[in-house]
Design a protein around this ligand. Structure first.
Ligand SMILES: Nc1ncnc2c1ncn2[C@@H]1O[C@H](COP(=O)(O)OP(=O)(O)OP(=O)(O)O)[C@@H](O)[C@H]1O
Length: 583
């Protein structure tokens, strides 16, 4: 079965640029026609130079100047229109691929390398723009020449034309075969660059760990190996390209020798004059440049096909689940949450949550405790609908969360994650993250509740201070308070606190705790608990073990049961408890 070239996927993105393309093609046509006029003008000038007719020479030179000017204008037009069309197409493609990626679930990003995605969205798309620009520039003018010149050659001498073109099918086959192989090698080379980019993103974002483990040497070695593989892949592609031109050049030379043989014979038979033979050879010489240009265009076309494939691989990714077509907006909620017989597995046959039931009334604080891997984060992931359970249902205010839009669901859940991500931008933008129009009064109010207002006010630019690279330095406690402010800025009824395990100094800890106490008021709160104070004040503690709730109740109740919680508490919190009571 013939596989359709992946370039066809570009048509819908190129089509809206038709007006620019038409203008570009009109300029190309003008350029080619004006170029064809030049030999005629040169002939006229040469003729009057021979006669010494200065007036006529001046007249024809004036005309030639006009032609050069117009031709230059057409050249400028063809470049500018084609570049504009290619860049618009690239912009549209890039926007749509990026928007499409945001439709994909967390599962996709958890299994994809960030650097690879970055490379596809930047380098690969740029390459596509360049080839579209190049092909639209050169293709038509070369094609026109390839049509017109052979017609002229047939008019001059059809037997010689036939002899000259006898090796053309072999050449075309060779060019095609080289192109196919080049596509394979380019794909390998592109994948290698992507791997390099992925490695760099990973290492630089984890540079603290790299340095803490004194693993610079190890990372340099890993990079060198990847870089070497990239060199090899690139070398193979370039080696093939280097072979292509001598091979095709040899066939061209053989064709010309055949012409000499046949031409010489025709001259000996008085079927051709030497002048006629020279004219024919001149036409062949003119034809060689467009042929060579088309070969190199074709090579680039094949090389870039790998990039086109890599881009449309992203577009072909389907979200593992999506909103129902008739999904409704979740109305402002009170905060009642129910899990009914929920079963979930990330991978088939490896259940993570098993027949899980839970009920939280509005305003309840639920602490989730359990050993690492028990399923605490997974339970939260399902509430945010990062994943859907395979069986059972999750209800908020008696509404199945699968019946509502993801945005309206997630906007009503605030989250303070364990690893706090601050984006490049101002403090206000970070607190009001996701707001299209920043609501500065809400941001300031949230910062006050989160005990962040006073330290923000001490920065010279206050809420407009820059965070991220080259921005203000924030301590761990300050970052946590910003994260708390961000979680509550939209006043969500449900709050998720994934407690940080790393300890803060006691003053910072007290400020964070105070902020948390405040934001938990009147909200349904899930705490993935690592601190004693959180579990103690919870209305209900759920002890998870291998994806099941094995005990539930208040701190005192569960301690009195002397069951798993009591044991867990002794192991997990006892030392903290001792330390706290000693203070
Ligand atoms: N994205 C994922 N893909 C596959 N398996 C996963 C994924 N995330 C978690 N798991 C697995 O699911 C199980 C429950 O993980 P989960 O993160 O919910 O536990 P947890 O109780 O939150 O642990 P911790 O306290 O260490 O964060 C673990 O066995 C874990 O390996």
């Amino acid at each position: 079965m013939k596989v359709r070239s992946s370039y066809w996927h570009l048509l819908p993105y190129l089509w809206p640029q038709w007006l620019l393309l038409v203008r570009g093609f009109a300029c190309i046509l003008g350029f080619v026609l004006l170029t064809l006029a030049l030999p005629y003008l040169a002939g006229q000038v040469a003729f009057f130079v021979g006669q010494g007719n200065v007036n006529q020479i001046a007249y024809w030179l004036g005309l030639a100047t006009l032609v050069f000017l117009l031709r230059g204008l057409c050249q400028y037009g063809q470049n500018v229109f084609m570049i504009a069309a290619a860049l618009n197409m690239v912009l549209n493609l890039r926007k749509q691929v990026y928007a499409h990626l945001h439709k994909l679930g967390l599962d996709y990003f958890e299994t994809t390398q960030t650097g690879d995605l970055t490379y596809r969205l930047t380098e690969d798309i740029d390459r596509v723009g360049e080839i579209v620009d190049k092909l639209s520039h050169q293709f038509l003018s070369n094609l026109l020449q390839l049509i017109v010149i052979p017609i002229y050659m047939i008019y001059l001498n059809w037997q010689l034309t036939l002899a000259g073109l006898i090796l053309a099918p072999l050449m075309a086959w060779l060019i095609g075969a080289f192109g196919q192989r080049l596509l394979v090698l380019s794909r390998q080379s592109q994948n290698q660059v992507s791997n390099l980019s992925a490695l760099l993103t990973e290492v630089f974002s984890g540079i603290r760990v790299v340095q803490a483990f004194a693993a610079q040497g190890y990372e340099v070695k890993r990079f060198n190996q990847e870089a070497e593989q990239h060199r090899q892949a690139k070398y193979r592609a370039l080696q093939l390209k280097s072979l292509q031109f001598p091979v095709v050049g040899f066939l061209e030379a053989v064709s010309i020798m055949l012409l000499f043989l046949l031409g010489g014979w025709q001259i000996s038979q008085n079927q051709l004059t030497p002048q006629g033979f020279i004219s024919f050879l001149a036409a062949v010489a003119i034809l060689i440049q467009p042929i060579d240009l088309l070969i190199s265009n074709y090579n680039e076309y094949k090389q870039t096909e790998a990039s086109v494939e890599r881009i449309f691989e992203l577009m072909a990714q389907q979200p593992s689940f999506s909103e129902k077509p008739n999904a409704k907006e979740l109305p402002r909620i009170a905060g009642k949450i129910e899990y009914r017989h929920v079963n979930f597995a990330y991978n088939p046959g490896q259940p993570v949550l098993k027949d899980l039931n839970l009920h939280a009334a509005p305003g309840n604080v639920i602490a989730l405790v359990g050993a690492s891997g028990a399923g605490k984060s997974t339970l939260i992931n399902l509430l945010l609908r990062f994943y859907d359970p395979q069986a059972g249902e999750i209800l908020i205010d008696d509404i199945d969360i699968r019946d509502v839009t993801l945005t309206s669901l997630r906007r009503q859940i605030g989250i303070v994650p364990q690893d706090i991500t601050l984006f490049s931008g101002t403090i206000a933008e970070n607190i009001g993250y996701g707001q299209e129009e920043l609501d500065l009064s809400a941001i300031e109010a949230a910062a006050k509740i989160a005990n962040a207002h006073s330290f923000i006010s001490q920065f010279s630019q206050g809420y407009h201070s820059w965070v991220g690279e080259r921005g203000v330095n924030l301590s761990g406690g300050q970052r946590q308070r910003l994260a708390i402010a961000r979680a509550i800025v939209n006043d969500p009824r449900i709050l998720i606190l994934d407690e940080a395990t790393s300890a803060l100094d006691s003053e910072s800890e007290a400020l964070v705790q105070e902020a948390l106490e405040r934001v938990m008021q009147n909200r349904t709160v899930f705490i993935i608990a690592h601190r004693l104070s959180s579990v103690r004040r919870a209305d209900c503690i759920l002890v998870l073990e291998q994806g099941q709730v094995v005990e539930a109740g208040t701190h005192t109740f569960l301690l009195s049961q002397e069951g798993r919680y009591a044991r867990f508490y002794a192991q997990q919190f006892y030392s903290t408890d001792e330390a706290e009571s000693r203070e």
